[in-house]
Design a protein around this ligand. Structure first.
Ligand SMILES: [Zn+2]
Length: 315
């Protein structure tokens, strides 16, 4: 299968202009065709675990109690005249939350993400990401007063009359990069590392958060230098991925190493190494016990960067 980016590529129209109209939001929230996407403590509702998971949404007609008990609802978008709203029922304990949705299980999206299609994975990622933002922005960052949701959940506003500061959903940029090197002889190599907390043998591309006052390319160069002691050039953008685990967007790059002597920062990673295509083809899946090394998870942009590189160099 051609590599693709999971958690992106959904078909919903986010209705950026319509959602500013509170009457339109109220009408959609009451409309029988509307679909509700319940989220419980950052877990998404899924049917038919574990072999063939499917995202489960609840018809508005069956969701009155969910909407009564939800402490936050947020418009995710529209498909034709059908609106989709995320509903956060995290204030309930686990059993009542399950009883409320009638069937299905609340699971961490990353457990099932690799098995879901683009529409489903992006819908659930969007719901999870938006509700996490609401959870973490209950108070004004300027004056500390409570905030209130507006615009179908796409803006929060400070309730203090004197302050009234607005805040908008945010996503934290992180760079993730496949750094490569062409030795004088032999196949091209790429730089992968592993964190001590990962299962044994799991390796992935390096990554890190973008800091204020630096470009994305500078963030790539800094992170690779800090984590592995490698200098890079020709940093080029490849692809991006929404990553609501809990609140990032991953910005994927390729870069070329100008040095090859690895010196890891042990606070960041436990090990790093150069691997060529024949090496990578011996890697098993994340969590496998029967191979020495394992690729990053199938739902990650790290895996996408590696697979697209393998495709490119084998042409
Ligand atoms: Zn305020």
């Amino acid at each position: 299968m051609k590599p693709f980016i999971r958690y992106a590529g959904g078909h919903l129209d986010r209705a950026g202009l319509l959602r500013k109209d509170e009457d339109w939001i109220s009408a959609k929230l009451a409309h029988p065709k509307t679909q509700i996407v319940p989220v419980w403590r950052s877990k998404n509702l899924v049917d038919d675990l574990p072999s063939a998971p499917k995202s489960r949404v609840v018809d508005r007609a069956d969701a009155s109690e969910i909407l009564e008990l939800a402490h936050q609802t947020t418009l995710l978008g529209i498909s034709g005249d059908v609106a989709y709203f995320a509903a956060d029922i995290s204030s309930l304990e686990e059993e009542p939350a399950h009883a409320l949705v009638n069937q299905g299980n609340f699971v961490d999206l990353r457990q099932v993400g690799p098995l879901l299609g683009a529409d489903e994975s992006s819908l659930l990622a969007h719901a999870r990401g938006m509700l996490f933002w609401h959870k973490r922005h209950q108070h004004c960052g300027v004056c500390g007063a409570p905030t209130k949701s507006h615009e179908g959940g796409h803006m929060r506003k400070c309730t203090s009359y004197e302050c009234g500061a607005p805040s908008f959903p945010r996503t934290d940029p992180a760079v993730i990069m496949l750094i490569t090197h062409q030795p004088a002889s032999g196949p091209a190599q790429c730089l992968l590392g592993r964190q001590a907390i990962w299962p044994e043998g799991n390796y992935s591309t390096l990554a890190g958060f973008v800091e204020p006052g630096e470009s994305l390319e500078e963030a790539v160069a800094r992170e690779v230098q800090e984590e592995a002691g490698i200098r890079v050039k020709n940093v080029t953008y490849q692809a991006s991925q929404p990553w609501p685990f809990p609140a990032s967007i991953m910005l994927g790059f390729w870069g070329e190493a100008t040095t090859t002597d690895i010196q890891i920062d042990e606070h960041e990673i436990e090990a790093a190494g150069w691997f060529d295509a024949p090496d990578l083809r011996t890697f098993g899946e994340w969590g496998d016990d029967d191979t020495k090394f394992h690729l990053p998870r199938k739902d990650s942009i790290a895996r996408f960067l590696i697979e697209t590189w393998l495709t490119e160099i084998s042409v």
